[in-house]
Ligand binder design. Sequence first.
Ligand SMILES: Cc1cc2nc3c(=O)[nH]c(=O)nc-3n(C[C@H](O)[C@H](O)[C@H](O)COP(=O)(O)O)c2cc1C
Length: 207
Amino acid sequence: MNLIENLEWRYATKKFNPSKKVSLENLEQIKKAIQLSASSYGLQLYKVIILDNKELREKLKSVSYGQNQITEASHLIVFCNYSVVTENHIDEYFVLKSQTEQVNILDLKGYSDFIKADVRNKSQIEKDKWTSNQTYLALGNLLNACAELKIDACPMEGFETKEYNKILNLDKQGLNASVIATIGYRSDDDSSQNTKKVRKSTNNLFA
Ligand SMILES: Cc1cc2nc3c(=O)[nH]c(=O)nc-3n(C[C@H](O)[C@H](O)[C@H](O)COP(=O)(O)O)c2cc1C
C-alpha cells in the first residue's frame, strides 16, 4: 500500500469496535512514528499520554462532549504541549545532542544561547501556540502510521482543555492538553466509513 492509498483508506472514525484492541507491537510502531516527528529546533516540547483505562476515559468522555470514541476506541492518545518552557528544556536537548552526535557541549553553546534568546522573546501566548503546533505534527505522523498499520483513528479537538488538564494533573507538570486522538478498529456499522472524502480540488487548494 502506498501513501496515497493509505490516506484514502483512513477516515475520522466515529464508531469503534470496543472489543478490538491495538496490539503492544503496533503501539510501539505508532510511538516510534511519533518519536521521529519533526519539531521546532528538535526540542520536542511535548509529552504524549497513552490511555486505555476505562474509568479514566469515562471521566474524560464527560468533558469531550460525550463523544463515544473516547471510551469505545482501543486507546486514547493525549498530546500535551509544555505551556511552561524553561531553559532546562533547552539544556536537556543540548546534553542529548552532544551525547548523540559525540560533539563537545561547549561547541554548541552559541546555538543554545540563540535558541534561549528566541524563546525568551516569545510571549506566553506565542510559546503556547508554538509548542502546541509541534503536537499537530506528531498527530499527523500518528494518523499516517495508523493508516499504514490498518489501524483506525480519529483526530479530535472536541474536548475541554482545562478539564483534561485537571483530570490528568497536567497543570502541575507545566503541560497542557493540546489535541487528542483515539485509535482502534472501526465498527462494521460505522456509516462514516462509506462516505466519500470531501476535499477541495487541487486546483482550488493550490495557488
Ligand atoms: C484537529 C482536528 C480536530 C478534529 N476534531 C474532531 C472531533 O472532536 N470529533 C470528531 O469526530 N472528528 C474530529 N475531527 C475529524 C475531522 O472532522 C475530519 O478529519 C475531517 O472532516 C475530514 O474527514 P476524514 O478525516 O474522514 O477524511 C478532527 C480533525 C482534526 C484534524
